[in-house]
Ligand binder design. Sequence first.
Ligand SMILES: Cc1cc2nc3c(=O)[nH]c(=O)nc-3n(C[C@H](O)[C@H](O)[C@H](O)COP(=O)(O)OP(=O)(O)OC[C@H]3O[C@@H](n4cnc5c(N)ncnc54)[C@H](O)[C@@H]3O)c2cc1C
Length: 645
Amino acid sequence: MDLYTEGDPIADTKAPDGPVETRWERRRFEAKLVNPANRRKLTVIVVGTGLAGGSAAATLAEQGYHVKSYCYQDSPRRAHSIAAQGGINAAKNYRNDGDSVHRLFYDTVKGGDFRSRESNVHRLAEVSVNIIDQCVAQGVPFAREYGGLLDTRSFGGAQVQRTFYARGQTGQQLLLGAYQALERQIGLGNVEMNARHEMLELVVVDGRARGIVVRDLVTGEITTEMADAVVLASGGYGNVFYLSTNAKGCNVTASWRAHRKGAYFANPCYTQIHPTCIPVSGDHQSKLTLMSESLRNDGRVWVPKAKGDNRAPRDIPEDDRDYYLERIYPSFGNLVPRDIASRAAKNVCDEGRGVGPTGLGVYLDFADAIKRLGRKAIEAKYGNLFEMYERITGEDPYEVPMRIYPAVHYTMGGLWVDYDLQSSIPGLFVIGEANFSDHGANRLGASALMQGLADGYFVLPNTLPNYLANAGSFGKVDASHPEAVAARAAVEERLQKLLSINGDRTVDSFHRELGQIMWEHCGMERSEAGLRKAIDEIRDLREQFWQRVRVPGDGEGLNQSLEKAGRVADFFELAELMCIDALHREESCGGHFRAEHQTPDGEAQRDDDRFAYVAAWEYTGTGQPVLHKEDLQFEYVHPTQRSYK
Ligand SMILES: Cc1cc2nc3c(=O)[nH]c(=O)nc-3n(C[C@H](O)[C@H](O)[C@H](O)COP(=O)(O)OP(=O)(O)OC[C@H]3O[C@@H](n4cnc5c(N)ncnc54)[C@H](O)[C@@H]3O)c2cc1C
């Protein structure tokens, strides 16, 4: 392909071999340790205070390292993780329903459509049980059932009930737990907290990550912060689509700046489109709202059997309804994984059977569950979600079915990391949604919180010390080092450039247009022609951005247009790489659905012979990225055509 070149293959040299269930234990034992007395002499920067960054910063400080923590919100506890609703998976098997570490491992590898690493996923499943213990010890108020045990519910892609939850506010409660642990360390002076600070550049010295350049978002002051290692926990990049369920502030800047400095970006095209979101209602919208997947435990998804049937839902008799997920996928029914449920919704809407004013909607109906369990039980489980739905749509979901439609929700792609969670730049570690992670081409519901907390509480605190144990050999550097000075100068120059264009279009207008291109051509369904068109359109629009964007104000204080402009500029570059990645992957897998590659009944058609690899992209600055392939091996869960029928 004319758009990229192929480089040497890449390997995960840290991954141990041997029986999969012993690998993590062996890696931990083999890792070098740092003497407690030496830990306080070592500084670690952690960018991000969501579940991944908050738990990592607290745990590293608890171990005795000096931690500098950064977030752009006014408080670490406002990180986007707070939005997570439905729950967190763990292989506790409290239900005695056949769950096990191996089953969670199996479900996750299969759910990811065989595009993740077995070693990583097994470790994730092992650690999942520790997360629940850790959080309960912190006082996280998980829901309990009558006997006092922690309650669980089902999420997509699993036939067991392994999802722990705190009503519809699981992320918030977990984040409060991590935040309290962080606050304890802030109080003890081990964590230096820098809220309202945005990382705008990575400092690399002698090939190692040694610091970051940050802007104080309130005063505009730019500083260079140095450390012995840098951890990025900066979240996902779903907002490249403009409309998504992510918090408005979510962006790719921290990861993208590191990518430009040499960190490979893996599988950027793997995007998760969540099937249960409130449909788009018009051009005025700047955000989409998720209705948690947990609702599919009790809600039944349907559309009218006939095209154009616009009777009110309660006037459509049972015989005229198509409970299409239950019909097509009788084994998993309404709890098929997200990629499958999203595509099925798109298909029925494409057939003209969609509901609501735009025809881009399907019903999620609780009438049966209310009849069976009573309104009180439904209120207890989902009350806050029902209330949120009613506030946004003006419709009462206890009385009429919810209307839902797929929306961009999560990004499985991210910076490439090895088994130790280290990127291709030594000393730069990446955790949580920001790394390309353990979810392959499709993440199962309730697995992001599991992965973020696994990385932060358990994995990184065991692997980072192995790197820091050698810190003595690479010495201290300070902000006067020429690389640090150059990084800071680059930040200042870029901000100045954005402020000086003084054009005639707002940042948001560019972002919205970019999002439309991405949704149309790199969204739920992709094709070669569409992706090529998108790349041309993105390039044109990016050129216009740098000539016509208008950023009012100056850089001397709070300037949200300036913040957004920098983030959108990075989204433009990422968007192009996403399309190149989607174009080169001539197969369908998980959330990456290429129209040219589908089975006769419309399911994703993988090509394991050609594409069973992680695509790790290197930035070259020439517009032509270099592709490094990391082959995936499957010894335990053998790739098959995924079936949920
Ligand atoms: C509406 C919604 C509901 C969800 N529900 C669930 C669920 O029920 N279960 C589940 O498993 N998953 C769920 N998810 C996914 C899950 O919430 C996220 O994947 C996860 O919380 C990401 O955590 P994180 O710590 O990696 O990043 P985030 O929580 O996004 O935190 C990112 C942090 O990085 C900081 N940051 C970013 N860039 C910079 C920068 N340049 N400089 C300084 N700081 C920076 C931010 O300030 C923030 O502190 C949901 C997602 C959404 C959108």
